[in-house]
Write a protein that binds this ligand. Structure first.
Ligand code: APR
Length: 254
């Protein structure tokens, strides 16, 4: 897709913003080839509903099955790379005085693209933790057939360090995102259906506190009608376009 037109008022608002917050979701990684929850259900997994795999109850009933599903997703991440949308957000972070990226993605691609001021609201698939004590574990013995590996400290099953349906988000990450959303003068919401709470409430806090709200999504969402600007394009196109409009080459960074 070719570059998209960026409204001048939006470019100017970003270039002059002091505090910027971005919220991202699965759509930002679509152009990297990371399958969304639904797309991931192919082959062996086609007969399972992801909402029934990504829950504490599923792990209790079928721990080996849930572990293997995530293990496959984790391996797939080794074969993908950040796309221009991820890099543009890392670029914005370097250009504005205060920035926070709140992501719902567990794929780690924002970090690989250079984002540093970041909260991962739904965890990170690359990390593994003890299902009983929560401690992060990086080594374990080979598991018994059909079971997840066990915690080397307490022998409970290990699980991915992600937030499942029906689980609480990490309180400190959520609190930081909420605080920054309320203080932001511009918020970018990219690649999220804006339907899964509590992350979906963040843009409303920002807007309520007077921030300019920018949505980047090829499709309409419940947020679209609240947004001051809607860029109806893939984030790998719209976000680099936004950066080059706000800080034209030769114009220099702040
Ligand atoms: N660029 C930008 N947005 C895109 C692109 C793209 N190239 N491709 C798709 N999208 C948009 C879709 O239009 C949709 O609105 O990305 C959004 C993806 O929505 P979801 O799959 O619902 O992802 P997300 O909002 O991240 O879901 C939130 O729910 O599934 C759980 O825990 C999981 O973190 C996830 C959470």
């Amino acid at each position: 897709m070719d570059a998209i037109p960026i409204p001048r008022t939006l470019a100017a608002a970003l270039a002059s913003a002091r505090r910027v917050v971005a919220l991202t979701g699965a759509g930002v990684s679509a152009e990297s080839g990371v399958p969304t929850f639904r797309d991931a259900q192919t082959g062996l997994w086609a007969r399972f509903d992801p909402r029934e795999l990504a829950t504490p109850a599923a792990f209790e009933r079928h721990p080996g099955l849930v572990w293997n599903w995530y293990a496959e997703r984790r391996e797939a991440l080794g074969r993908v790379s950040p796309n221009p949308g991820h890099y543009a957000l890392a670029d914005i972070e370097r250009r504005v005085p205060a920035f926070l990226l709140a992501t719902q993605n567990v794929d780690g691609l924002h970090g690989r693209a250079g984002s540093r001021a970041m909260v991962e609201l739904h965890g990170n698939l690359a990390r593994t933790r003890c299902s009983r004590e929560g401690r992060i574990v990086s080594r374990w013995d080979a598991p018994r057939d059909g079971e997840p590996p066990r915690c080397p400290h307490c022998s409970a099953f290990l699980r991915p360090d992600v937030v499942w349906f029906e689980e609480m988000l990490p309180a400190d990450a959520l609190a930081r995102a909420e605080e920054e959303a309320r203080r932001a003068d511009l918020m970018i919401v990219a690649g999220t259906s804006a339907e899964v709470y509590p992350a979906a409430a963040l843009p409303r806090y920002a807007k309520g506190a007077g921030a300019v709200l920018v949505e980047v999504n090829p499709h309409e969402t419940p947020l679209s009608r609240f947004a001051d600007h809607v860029l109806r394009a893939p984030s790998g196109v719209a976000l680099p376009g936004l950066v080059s409009s706000a800080w034209p080459v030769g114009g220099g960074a702040k």
